[in-house]
Design a protein around this ligand. Sequence first.
Ligand code: ATP
Length: 374
Amino acid sequence: MTTTDTYTGGDVRLTGISKSYGSFTAVQPLDLTVPQGSFFALLGASGCGKTTTLRMIAGLEDPTTGTVHLGDRDVTDLPPYKRPVNTVFQSYALFPHLDIFENIAFGLRRRGLKSVKKQVGEMLELVQLGDKARHRPHQLSGGQQQRVAVARALINHPQVLLLDEPLGALDLKLRRQMQLELKRIQTEVGITFVHVTHDQEEAMTMADTVAVMNGGRVEQLGAPAELYEHPRTTFVANFLGTSNLIPAEVAGTGSEVVVTAGGGKLRLPGERCPAGARPGGRLLVGIRPEKITLSHADDAGAVPDGRNRITGRITDSSFIGVSTQYTVDGPAGTGLQVYEQNIERDPRLVPGAEVVLHWNPAHTFGLDADQDIA
Ligand code: ATP
């Protein structure tokens, strides 16, 4: 075996890690644990520091402060080739003059192994390219080339695979296929994948845990559904899909928080509110568009008790096949988005119609109104 001999596996643990370039801080001091065997995504807009974080795990970038541990082992001062990690980049960086078999075998041959057929064969099977062994890279599609790059990185049995926007060069359809493919490969090999992307859908589809980064900091860390349903900052709420954020004032706190918004009252679970919420304080009440039901004002009496409700007027509607997206003028001129499945479309729901928006209070979240909305 190679440099991974003494490595026993374990979590990737970043402690107080930061990176500055001169006076500019690309990554603020960060504590982060990536559980062994997980598919972990670093998600954020361009320039937020996700690639720099990944490169510090790889050893391609020296941290300004902090340490990197792989399991119990401090690898902060180890050069990249001595770490049990491998990186797949967006540019597949395959050798054009070598066929696919030899591209994948490269790492083994460099270590002086002569008998590589079995291992390369297994890797070709894993990435489902058994019939392409003797092709050259230029004869493969972008998705196939990317799979070769993954196979080439996995053949050395790294404990952690780092993926830096690996699907960035692919068209949308291929991207979606490769997301599922990478997820399947990760499940099959069972090692830790740390995946950098700016695409929220990609992170949500693939990862068990997502760290949403903004301005060199992790804003929120959690399972995709947790982040989507319970964002804790306006940045996370807006970065992961569409959010309706309604300005409100806290009327009462407890296990259930009551707020006034546009003259009406809304309720939300106490644990979904910022810790400092006090009566009289300002809050943004959040609700995802697909959680809202739209009823014509004439049917307001039929809305079940116990639901949050506000009234408004439809200003716009777009039919998009499976659903219709409505814009509704809500309290204090808020333009609210509502997505309704087109199962039984109410023909009265057209621009100009007075409507009631109602939803289960449990789906509501509260955000600190004084944060910057990124
Ligand atoms: P992208 O998706 O565009 O790659 P990112 O979130 O991965 O963005 P990083 O590449 O980590 O961002 O860069 C974070 C910040 O650090 C950026 O503002 C970038 O310009 C800056 N930066 C990165 N490398 C250097 C460097 N070698 N010298 C100076 N600044 C750098």
